[in-house]
Design a protein around this ligand. Structure first.
Ligand code: GAF
Length: 377
């Protein structure tokens, strides 16, 4: 059963009638451009088939009632005008935050998702955007503005979850198209669709290290970048270059963070050129360089992820490459490789990689081209 069908059925069983509609928002995998969105940089995320579905119907009272089908039918009922942060952060924070911003009450929701939690594939941004879309659809038939929903979802991440994230995830999810990457300029918010050749696969592999409570580390990296920009006298690291960073009197840790950002933004341009030239070897080298920088300069990788990236790079060989994806500290690894190598690489990983808890490895393959929303390959 597809995620959308599962959510529709879950809604009907719980509330005793069919929903009026079901909104869907995908997760995203970031191909390259890591920890540069909050530095006004360029990023290249891609929506994935897994995502979040929110079934909705209108009621005639002033509350929002939400039901989490994946959490044993956990419920939350609140008045969006007066709702506050729950004592413990969780799915309720995102739903309350989006409902408060949208100002829409008198709605029943049922929510389900297919993005592995703590995987760096943006399950929280997907939840926010899906709730935003459901509430917009409940308000009326006027088209919902992806930019407005993306900004609301980012605000909720900042104020309701305490993560001072950039806008990459929300834009990729609200404005991206399934099956294609999105080149996003995080300063101007201009976007360009980047199609991957149809004979390439994007492979997403879970390291088995679940990210959790990493807001502190994430916010600290952002502060390092802001300190670097302030010391260099620029509005953000987007305006810096390697020569400026080299010449400035910076704390050594702050310097390493700044070098990563400046070089990673350049790598995004190189990666887009390589994709457009169908140069998988050049793209692979750029992905490997991105991982090394995130590991050595930005310090957001962990040993299990490094091992997985090394094994993937060895299995793939020259044509393609792998890197960590998302905020880091565990989660998933992304690889781009020829489609006809995917079966062999998968078998090699299943044989060689051991996640820290010994669980079976989880692999998702995304292919170029449009996917029906909410389906898994
Ligand atoms: C997380 C954040 F939410 C994004 O804004 C981005 O900074 C990413 O980490 C790192 O590139 O997903």
């Amino acid at each position: 059963m597809s995620l959308i069908e599962r959510t529709r059925t879950g809604f009907s069983k719980a509330y005793g009638h069919s929903p009026s509609g079901v909104a869907f928002a995908p997760g995203r995998v970031n191909l390259i451009g890591e920890h540069v969105d909050y530095n006004d940089g360029l990023v290249l995320p891609m929506p994935i088939a897994a995502g979040t579905a929110v079934a909705w119907s209108l009621t005639d009272d002033a509350d929002v009632e939400a039901l989490a089908l994946d959490y044993g039918l956990a419920r939350d009922r609140f008045d969006p005008k007066t709702a506050e942060k729950p004592a413990l952060p969780g799915w309720q924070s995102y739903v309350r935050g989006m409902a408060q911003l949208s100002g829409h009450a008198g709605v029943k929701l049922a929510i389900a998702g297919s993005i592995p939690r703590g995987s760096g594939l943006s399950s929280s941004a997907s939840l926010c955007v899906a709730v935003g879309q459901a509430l917009a659809a409940a308000r009326g038939p006027s088209a919902c503005d992806p930019l407005q929903i993306a900004r609301a979802a980012q605000h909720v991440e900042h104020r309701w979850a305490g993560v001072n994230c950039g806008i990459m995830d929300q834009m990729a999810i609200a404005a991206g198209q399934p099956g294609a990457a999105l080149l996003l300029d995080c300063r101007s918010l201009e976007t360009r669709r980047i199609d991957l050749p149809e004979d390439w696969d994007v492979m997403i592999v879970q390291s088995g290290v679940v990210r959790g409570l990493v807001e502190g580390h994430y916010n600290a990296r952002r502060r390092d970048c802001e300190a670097a920009a302030a010391a260099l006298g620029v509005a953000s690291l987007r305006d810096a270059d390697a020569a400026m960073v080299g010449a400035a009197d910076l704390d050594p840790v702050v310097r390493r963070r700044a070098i990563h950002v400046v070089e990673e933004i350049a790598r995004v341009r190189t990666a887009v050129d390589a994709i457009e030239a169908r140069d998988l070897t050049g793209l692979g080298a750029t992905l490997r360089a991105s991982h090394a920088s995130l590991r050595d300069l930005f310090a957001v990788s962990v040993p299990a992820v490094d091992t997985l990236v090394d094994q993937l790079n060895k299995a793939i060989g020259q044509d393609g490459g792998a890197r960590m994806t998302g905020g880091g500290f565990g989660g998933a690894v992304v690889a781009i490789l020829p489609s006809d190598a995917a079966v062999r690489v998968r078998a090699q990983l299943e044989r060689d990689y051991r996640s820290p808890d010994g669980a079976a490895i989880q692999i998702m393959i995304e292919r170029a081209g449009t996917l029906p929303a909410g389906t898994m390959r």
